[in-house]
Ligand binder design. Structure first.
Ligand SMILES: [Zn+2]
Length: 170
């Protein structure tokens, strides 16, 4: 899944939940939504940064840090939401190694349903199916960073946000 989708799909959710208090700081917090993909810099794609073994301690650390620094927890839950939204989206786009490196194999869901039109309409592979993945080396691999779906998601967010800004100016 591309970077724009990872940022803007959960951002639409957060914006609709926190419209009243939404400010530009949420754009910075949204970067937590792409943090897991930084595991490519560790040489493995969908590896340790996609694993609960890393994500749960990080979530606890964020909560503790904000509590310590600001004495109230205000943004950490949103950061954790963005972090886990990545895992949720990847679960439906190839799979997630939830317990890497304890368990190497990851799991996801795929929707293979197809329809073909000929002398009759044929529907195949109706049921969603589980897919299994193993984290793999990124050496020599090519990844797409943006997608049309990501651009559409970002555009929809921009549309909602700007429309609300305009509405508030009145
Ligand atoms: Zn990912």
């Amino acid at each position: 899944m591309d970077l724009l989708t990872h940022i803007f799909l959960p951002l639409i959710a957060i914006y609709s939940l926190k419209k009243e208090e939404f400010s530009r700081i949420y754009f910075v917090i949204a970067l937590f939504a792409i943090l897991p993909d930084f595991d490519v810099f560790l040489g493995i794609h969908r590896g340790i940064l996609h694993s609960l073994v890393f994500l749960i301690p990080l979530a606890l650390l964020l909560l503790m840090l904000e509590r310590l620094l600001r004495s109230e927890v205000r943004y950490a839950y949103t950061a954790i939401f963005f972090l886990f939204s990545h895992i949720f989206l990847d679960f439906f786009a190839g799979g997630v190694p939830f317990l890497y490196p304890i368990v190497e194999t990851g799991i996801g869901v795929e929707f293979p349903m197809k329809v073909s039109f000929g002398s009759s309409v044929v529907i195949e592979d109706l049921m969603p199916r589980l897919v299994f993945i193993t984290p793999e080396s990124v050496h020599g691999k090519v990844f797409s960073v943006l997608s049309g779906f990501g651009v559409v998601t970002a555009t929809i967010f921009a549309f909602i946000w700007l429309a609300d800004l305009k509405f508030r100016e009145r």
